[in-house]
Design a protein around this ligand. Structure first.
Ligand code: GCO
Ligand code: MN
Ligand code: MN
Length: 388
């Protein structure tokens, strides 16, 4: 192919907060002047993105008057119409304002919990008004520094009650909207509840409307926890719960770096793209990342273009891997099956179990056989490095 131009069918999206990141960190102030939402929409259109997502307060400041809100939303809608960008996802900022310093839905203060619900209902309305059909929940401050401060059992109950309330709100309003829960192990809290995608998948099954709720796994967050992201995403896909995904990159063992997709772990990025593409993932490819602090807005565009370009290159590599005769011959060999064991697999029966007991196995031969994974992995590396 070698045409790596992003197209609408690729469903590439960015948050206003990603290309709008002004480079503040705990050690230094902003390095880029802030752009308005309208300017950011135009920037995203220029680099070829399909959609733009936002937190309520990325678009409407927390202290805006109703008249200001209406004007901002009107200008934003005009920018969307002008550029053709869509809004597939929206979310609530429940972490920036000091009111949320102890969390939102799990805060100990009931007034904070009620305010969080009110703020989220307003933000859901805003998202619905702009066409968002996925609503993300990232509980950045839903956690603790000390477990003396909150009863973890109570926190789980409060989280569940909030999700149940908000699902009913969406049903009541007849919005065509589903929720996607995003896990992160820590940062900004010392520990965040439901710290991995696996935790979230288990939590969802305890809700009143589990079918309305899926996950939004993020590469960086599972890597912060030292986990294999591809495996976590596969579990979400298998459960029919991969409603959305946050693509970025991250060195293991570091703070939340939110680097350009593929910037650090190219091989796992490849297996991720392969997983998504081979399994017909059809929702947004959302980049939740930002440019290095060293960059000006030209660098921000390079960052955004780079995310999409790397994804498309890895998509091409997926097709190449799937069509590579030598690789596929090895895959077939690894999975060779003469059918002689089929009678033991599938649903249990007492008859199957007793037949299996009488089967003899050459255990030593099973253990002695080389599997060829070194060769397969090196072929993959050759392919990724462009020498195949
Ligand atoms: C982070 C998170 C956030 C969320 C965003 C939308 O680590 O800061 O990834 O960027 O994804 O708040 O829910
Ligand atoms: Mn992150
Ligand atoms: Mn994220």
């Amino acid at each position: 192919m070698t045409d790596y131009t992003p197209k609408p069918e690729h469903k590439f999206t960015f948050g206003l907060w990603t290309v709008g990141n002004i480079g503040r960190d705990p050690f230094g102030s902003e390095v880029r002047p802030a752009k308005t939402p309208v300017e950011l929409v135009r920037l995203l259109a220029e680099v070829g993105a399909w959609g733009v997502n936002f937190h309520d307060n990325d678009l409407v400041p927390i202290d805006a008057t109703p008249a200001e809100r209406d004007r901002i939303v009107k200008d934003f809608k005009a920018a969307l119409a002008e550029t053709g960008l869509v809004v597939p996802m929206a979310t609530t900022n429940l972490f920036f304002d000091p009111a949320f310093k102890d969390g939102a839905f799990t805060a100990n203060d009931p007034k904070v919990r009620a305010y969080a619900l009110q703020k989220t209902m307003n933000a859901i309305d805003l998202g619905a008004e702009l066409g968002a059909r996925i609503y993300v929940f990232w509980g950045g401050r839903e956690g603790t520094e000390t477990d003396a401060s909150k009863d973890p059992m109570e926190s789980i109950k409060r989280s569940r009650e909030a999700m149940n309330f908000l699902c009913e709100y969406v049903l009541d309003k007849k919005y065509d909207m589903k929720f996607a829960l995003e896990a992160k192990p820590n940062e900004p809290r010392g520990d965040i509840y439901n710290s991995t995608t696996g935790h979230m998948l288990a939590f969802i099954e305890t809700l009143d409307h589990p079918d309305m709720v899926g996950v939004n796994p993020e590469v960086a967050h599972e890597h912060m926890a030292g986990l294999n992201f591809v495996h976590g995403v596969a579990q979400a896909l298998d459960a029919g719960k991969l409603f959305h995904i946050d693509l970025n990159d991250q060195a293991f063992g570091r703070y939340d770096q939110d680097f350009r997709f593929g910037a650090v772990n190219l091989k796992s990025a490849f297996f991720l793209v392969k997983l998504l593409e081979d399994n017909g993932y059809d929702s947004s490819r959302h980049f939740d990342a930002h440019a290095y602090r060293t960059e000006d807005y030209e660098g921000v565009k390079d960052f955004a273009r780079g995310c999409m370009r790397t994804y498309l290159i890895l998509k091409e590599k997926t097709a190449q891997w799937n069509a590579d005769k030598e690789i596929q011959a090895l895959v077939a060999e690894i999975n060779a099956d003469d059918g002689s064991m089929s009678k033991y697999f599938g649903k249990y029966s007492a008859q199957k179990a007793s037949a299996l007991r009488t089967q003899t196995f050459d255990r030593l031969a099973l253990g002695a056989r080389g599997l060829g994974y070194e060769r397969l992995d090196q072929l993959t590396v050759d392919l990724l490095l462009g020498v195949r």
